[in-house]
Design a protein around this ligand. Structure first.
Ligand SMILES: Cc1ncc(C[n+]2csc(CCOP(=O)(O)OP(=O)(O)O)c2C)c(N)n1
Length: 378
């Protein structure tokens, strides 16, 4: 397996002095290492993968040195525009190494949202005319590939990709100590149960990517509740609030609720402005803020350093509450907000972590959709 520390040392030796990215489960040991080992000037966790390309480009413009961007291949789409219209050799010619976690690689069993993205990832890179090498767990080959990528990126003045297989990285040699949270702080799954129990029956829920959708699914099972009013957005991170908005606009009589994550909300934060300035009368947007990308390894987000509620207010939401941590207060506010018209926003603070035996939806995404639209369209 590749040692995160040794791989980073090779990159540093090849002149890489700045990294920006969005965390990925396959890269989580590398992400944990750079997050703990690098000084703040050497590493930024970006809001989305395209922003990471922007940050890397800015770093190169200012210093002339070689940056690295890291991401899961789910986020490749977010990078396509800045890779092709900013960093490309035919535009501003900005060299960078792009490290991509290859979910859904052929012959690797993975979740439905990763299968096609995994299959087409090499073809997407080919179509973008970006050279790449694949890293499995061989440390020697990884070091050589890093050297190759640095040389080619500099020579061509363009991005070069390293595509990383599952299990390629060994354990991080350094990890940021876990944030202290009071014992009383709600787990995300407990908050989801509390919220679903407090919402009026029949509310339409659009849940975001990762553990939030899985925990909603499990909590429905545990509470013996019907699942047909839940849309589990297994992919498309950051778009759940806009799916909810699309539904709310088209179904003004439905009570629509978005269960969002802080990483997801930050990823496409502009969506809050679209919601806040819409005429929608039936949307409750709840952000479960654990200050982390918990679903892919718990790397920090900045969401507990900013005022999400202030942003929602400034964007024009009609009613804004939070951040709340207390069970009784959350229950009371859900009850109150669910009765109000307009665009409403609630920030709930939760702890990181999930049950080790957390399951995954048994239905396929299309089965979920079929049940959901049967209920929604009635
Ligand atoms: C575009 C894109 N980038 C990255 C990922 C990988 N990913 C899946 S869930 C997740 C973290 C979500 O964090 P948050 O919304 O805060 O929810 P939490 O997991 O903390 O509950 C990430 C980065 C993805 N699925 N799609």
């Amino acid at each position: 397996m590749i040692s995160p520390k040794a791989f980073h040392a090779t990159l540093a030796g090849a002149g890489v002095d700045f990294l920006a990215g969005v965390p990925d489960s396959l890269l989580k040991e590398f992400c944990a290492y750079v997050d703990a080992a690098l000084p703040p000037e050497g590493h930024v966790i970006a809001a989305n993968e395209g922003s990471a390309v922007g940050l890397a480009s800015g770093h190169h413009l200012a210093t002339g040195s070689l940056p690295m961007v890291y991401l899961q291949n789910s986020g490749l789409g977010n990078t396509v525009n800045p890779l092709l219209s900013l960093a490309d050799a035919e535009v501003y010619a900005i060299p960078m190494i792009v490290l991509i976690g290859w979910r859904g690689a052929p012959r690797v069993k993975d979740e439905p949202q990763h299968v096609k993205q995994g299959r087409v990832t090499p073809a997407m890179l080919d179509a973008m005319e970006i050279p790449y090498r694949v890293l499995d767990g061989d440390p020697e080959a990884a070091a050589q590939a890093a050297q190759w990528a640095a040389t080619v990126a500099r020579e061509t003045g363009a991005p070069v990709v390293l595509l990383v297989h599952k299990g390629a990285f060994g354990k991080a040699e350094a990890k940021r100590p876990a944030r202290e949270v009071p014992d009383s702080m709600l787990a995300r799954e407990a908050a989801i149960r509390l919220i679903t129990a407090a919402l009026p029956g029949g509310a339409t829920i659009v849940a975001t990517t990762g553990m939030i959708s899985r925990e909603l699914y499990e909590s429905r099972g545990a509470l013996g509740q019907d699942r047909s009013s839940d849309f589990l957005t297994v992919g498309a991170m950051g778009h759940a609030s806009q799916i909810a908005l699309g539904i709310a606009r088209a179904k003004p009589d439905a009570q629509v609720v978005c269960l969002d994550g802080d990483g997801a909300a930050l990823m496409h934060l502009g969506g809050l402005a679209t919601i806040g300035t819409s005429e929608t009368g039936n949307l409750l947007h709840i952000v479960l803020n654990n200050g982390a990308h918990d679903s892919v390894g718990g790397q920090p987000t900045v969401a507990q350093q900013i005022a999400l509620t202030g942003i929602a207010r400034a964007c024009g939401y009609d009613a804004v509450e939070g951040p709340l941590e207390d069970e009784a207060a959350i229950r009371a506010q859900i009850d109150r907000l669910a009765r109000l018209p307009g665009r409403r926003f609630l920030e709930v603070r939760v702890r990181t972590g999930s049950r080790a035996d957390l399951g995954r939806p048994k239905e396929t995404p299309v089965q979920n959709k079929t049940q959901f639209i049967a209920r929604l369209r009635g």
